[in-house]
Design a protein around this ligand. Structure first.
Ligand SMILES: NC(=O)C1=CN([C@@H]2O[C@H](COP(=O)(O)OP(=O)(O)OC[C@H]3O[C@@H](n4cnc5c(N)ncnc54)[C@H](O)[C@@H]3O)[C@@H](O)[C@H]2O)C=CC1
Ligand SMILES: CC(=O)C(=O)O
Ligand SMILES: [Mg+2]
Length: 569
């Protein structure tokens, strides 16, 4: 008697998934397709006879071939396109290749190259990936999400952007969808989040980017950004629909402009399982780097004077996380707030700026009598003015202003502190506030450095300085995994702090020139450690909805591995 279930895929967890499509239909499903790795018997059973060259490959042989093809691509953008196309053809092969060459390929599928791919999204468009929700047709939201084809219990993660603040390249309209697919690639490669248990989404609310509005190829809604009440209603509808349709999913907000980012997070985090990567993910990783830095110089957070250049989503998120650590070290909240000097596009943020100070910046606004006479030109108190007066021990760059940490600023800072901690965190690479090679040279090798995008090591005298990449990629994958394993009902500040400490614990190398953070090639281990810490923190706060009897095993067992599951014929 024939078994009606056959052929089916037997997954590592014993689950059996029937394979319904045949022939080309099957090969157009990237999660089922394995191209030349189908055996002769599988080809016969699956309607593939004659549709593939006769030779059959193992996954390892396929990886060798596609890696050689990858290396023959002329430039980074072509490599990005090559990998995107492979992901659309065969996801296991894509993730296997990516995980075997993570350090080399992360800058291609993520920052910096992804910035170029996003800017060219409509010009280079070839096929869709994700869900596109338009503010002009809110009534289509449910249909659009259900067309993606996943049931209520099949989604662990939703990554969403409205594209207003993509990396440091600003408003990118519908092209921002690619940051959500890029983040999801990192979730899977780093933390083994199953590639089919997540949804990338762009909320197309229009764009204020005139280059896009005037480009005939532009594929988004062709009008200015909708703001105000209609925008808020659209976001609210989105949150309600997602939580109704996918009640178990973590909702990850990416690259919203600062005001919306802070407002949305504050509005929904108490009721929904949600977090903002730019605010909280970045805060955790930068806190980890700062903790490692102050530990290395034998100090503590509460003794630092910190200048934040670029007080937006990332900058203020970082200040909040550092402030909380200072409070746990014994400072009052008010004393801790006074350890920060934050700058925006109008210079140092002071109380006298009145309504131009945004709500989330208010705790850090400096009293006006403190800063009398600080401005060297006009009324604007610039970065050099602040560095001269404050003599900071930590300098953070989240402004997207390329080269803002000039030689004058860095040498001034280095005059007053033996080991300045300097973090030009803006992405993509051309937006960095300074290059590590210059910082090392200007400080005669004394600076402890972390950047947002990857930079090569710098040799200075006998020491090779390895540059930590303080990118939220060290945190969000593990955070997502931890939330998914523990089925946490919320993402709390304690869970974010636990992520930071887990990352910091993995950067214990004290050799001269050692990086402040674990390197990207350790991303899988880091993500597992972060997930474990998040699970424990969730359980401690009674936010976990499953019993964590053996959390190490529970985390490990949930990490998807890029291998071909057995096909039972
Ligand atoms: N390394 C990482 O993991 C992350 C890095 N970032 C990077 O940080 C940068 C900012 O991102 P977000 O905070 O999301 O953007 P945002 O728009 O929320 O913040 C940017 C801030 O910079 C300020 N700014 C603009 N011009 C300035 C100037 N001339 N001087 C001082 N401040 C100025 C703005 O007023 C704004 O407050 C981007 O380049 C982004 O790629 C963001 C998130 C994570
Ligand atoms: C890394 C990231 O989230 C950003 O640059 O916006
Ligand atoms: Mg971001």
């Amino acid at each position: 008697m024939t078994d009606a279930r056959k052929p089916f895929l037997r997954l590592d967890n014993g689950e059996e998934l029937p394979i319904k499509p045949r022939g080309y239909q099957l090969m157009s499903r990237p999660m089922l397709n394995r191209g030349t790795a189908f055996t002769h018997e599988e080809r016969t059973a699956l309607g593939l006879t004659g549709l593939l060259p006769p030779g059959s490959n193992t996954l390892e042989m396929q990886v060798r071939r596609v890696y050689a093809q990858y290396q023959s691509q002329g430039d980074d953008l072509s490599k990005n396109v090559f990998l995107t196309q492979m992901r659309d053809r065969n996801e296991v092969l894509f993730y296997r290749l990516l995980s075997e060459h993570l350090e080399e390929m992360l800058p291609i599928v993520y920052t910096p190259t992804i910035g170029q791919a996003i800017e060219l999204y409509s010009d280079w468009y070839s096929r869709p990936r994700g869900v596109y929700l338009s503010i002009d047709r809110p009534e289509e939201m449910e249909d659009s999400l259900s067309n993606y084809g996943l049931d209520a219990d099949e989604v662990d993660l939703v990554v969403v952007t409205d594209s207003e603040g993509i990396l440091g390249i600003g408003d990118q309209g519908v092209g921002g969808i690619a940051i959500t697919t890029g983040k999801l690639a990192v979730y899977t490669a780093a933390a083994g989040i199953h590639p089919r248990r997540s949804i990338p989404i762009v909320l197309d609310v229009g764009t204020d980017n005139l280059r896009l509005l005037n480009n005939d190829n532009y594929l988004g809604e062709r009008h200015a950004r909708v703001r105000g009440e209609r925008y808020d209603e659209f976001i609210d509808r989105f949150v309600q629909v997602v939580s109704r349709m996918f009640p178990g999913a973590l909702l990850h907000w990416e690259d919203f402009a600062a005001d919306n980012a802070h407002r949305i997070l504050a509005k929904y985090r108490g009721e929904h399982c949600t977090f903002n990567d730019d605010i909280q993910g970045t805060a955790a990783v930068v806190l980890a780097a700062a903790l490692a830095g102050v530990q290395r110089i034998g100090s503590r957070m509460a003794d630092q004077r910190i200048v934040v250049y670029g007080a937006g989503s990332a900058g203020v998120g970082i200040a909040e996380a550092m402030r909380d650590v200072m409070v746990s070290e014994g400072l009052s909240r008010e004393e801790a707030n006074r350890r920060f000097w934050c700058l925006g596009s109008r210079g140092l943020i002071t109380q006298g700026m009145g309504s131009r100070v945004r709500d989330f910046q208010e705790p850090y606004a400096r009293p006006d009598d403190e800063v009398i006479g600080w401005a060297s030109t006009g009324n604007r108190i610039g970065l050099l003015d602040v560095v001269q007066r404050v003599q900071p021990t930590i300098l953070i760059g989240t402004s997207a202003q390329a080269g803002a940490f000039t030689q004058e600023v860095v040498t001034e800072m280095a005059k007053h502190t033996a080991r300045p901690i300097i973090m030009p965190l803006s992405n993509p690479t051309p937006r960095a506030e300074a290059k590590p090679v210059d910082i090392v040279s200007w400080t005669d090798g004394r600076a402890l450095i972390a950047t947002g995008s990857p930079f090569a090591p710098v040799r200075h005298g006998d020491v090779v300085h390895y540059i930590a990449q303080a990118n939220n990629a060290l945190v969000f994958p593990g955070l997502g995994l931890g939330v998914s394993v523990s089925k946490a009902s919320r993402v709390s500040d304690r869970m974010i702090e636990a992520s930071a400490r887990a990352v910091a614990d993995m950067a214990q190398d004290r050799e001269p020139g050692a990086p402040l953070l674990p390197s990207v090639d350790q991303l899988r281990t880091v993500s597992a450690a972060v997930a474990l810490a998040v699970c424990k923190a969730a359980a401690k706060e009674d936010l976990a909805r499953v019993e964590l009897t053996d959390p190490v095993q529970q985390v490990f067992a949930q990490m998807w591995q890029p291998t071909y599951a057995k096909i039972v014929l």
